[in-house]
Ligand binder design. Structure first.
Ligand code: BEZ
Ligand code: FE
Length: 295
């Protein structure tokens, strides 16, 4: 067998997949090999650098457990998670291109702090009691044709006033809940105005970001996941308009359409009728879901 030249290794690996039965897997792996080899050739990678890379990936794996997913953090901070989200939405938009209707609400990264099984609460409940600045979140969920989505499940979660999530503090669940929209598709709940916070920086990804000269911070945001029968699931955030780091989110998750005003109000009657004895904020946002099967 003839020895391979620097330019031939990738093609030789790809050729060995002749027996592969899974066409999509073959396409993905062929492209991965092609681009990985091109990257190595482009930077003329040394053996020491390759070993450093393998060591980094090994440490990334060792940092993972049931509460910490360092590989997702790596994907997030390299912009890959958000690219995958954006590709998925673009695919959906293409499928809808010749159909009437409004643009759906933009998606963003889920992040590592979603905790399934948060308590189901009544609309209007306050999940922020005892934490930061009270904020009324309210609005309507419709489909892309403007039809209200009744009974839509809304999972919401955020960090506390210092930007720490319950999972990071080792606490019981807090600042998270599930709500269901009413018959008109409306939702409302009280929580806090979320603070900016750093992504976990005590692992190999933190060291990588430091070496890249990057900061760890995400702008203040409320996580939202919307699920309703007959509709595509939406994972998104509402970003606080006056938060720092909107222009340099460590995970590239900001979408202009998700930046929301949080007007401050003097004590008094809130829009949901609640009497507030201290200042509070409101955040109004209407969501548009894509009907299922992108039909
Ligand atoms: C978050 O928003 O909770 C998050 C997203 C990506 C990485 C770390 C945290
Ligand atoms: Fe978050």
């Amino acid at each position: 067998m003839a020895s391979l030249e620097i330019s031939d290794f990738a093609e030789a690996v790809i050729d060995r997949m002749g027996e592969c039965k899974d066409a999509r897997f073959k396409q993905v792996m062929s492209s991965l090999v092609k681009h990985a080899h091109a990257f190595m050739r482009e930077v003329d990678l040394t053996p020491e650098e390759w070993m450093a890379g393998i060591q980094f990936l090994t440490e990334t794996g060792k940092k993972c457990d049931e509460k910490r997913q360092e590989f997702i953090l790596l994907s997030d901070t390299l912009g890959i998670s958000m690219l995958v989200v954006a590709l998925d939405q673009a695919r959906g938009a293409n499928a809808l291109a010749d159909k009437p209707g409004e643009k759906p609400t933009e998606a963003t990264v889920q992040g590592p702090f979603f905790w399934p099984g948060a308590p189901q609460m009544e609309l209007g409940a306050d999940i922020g009691e005892g934490y930061g600045e009270p904020t009324l979140y309210h609005g309507k969920v419709t489909d892309t044709f403007g039809k209200p989505v009744a009974g839509c499940q809304l999972d919401v979660w955020s960090g506390d006033e210092g930007g720490l999530y319950d999972m990071q503090k080792g606490d019981a669940m807090s600042l998270r809940a599930q709500f269901r929209t009413d018959a008109q598709g409306n939702y409302r709940f009280w929580s806090i105005k979320p603070a900016f916070y750093p992504v976990p920086g005590d692992g190999p990804v933190g060291a990588m970001l430091d070496k890249m000269g990057r900061h760890l911070n995400r702008p203040g945001h409320m996580h939202m996941m919307l699920q309703a029968p007959g509709h595509e699931r939406l994972v998104t955030h509402l970003f606080v308009k006056d938060s720092p780091y909107l222009d340099s989110d460590a995970v590239f998750g900001v979408r202009n359409s998700l930046i929301v005003d949080f007007p401050k109000h003097a004590p008094g009657k809130a829009p949901d009728g609640r009497e507030m004895d201290k200042p509070f904020y409101t955040a109004k946002y209407d969501f548009r879901l894509v009907p299922s099967a992108r039909a």
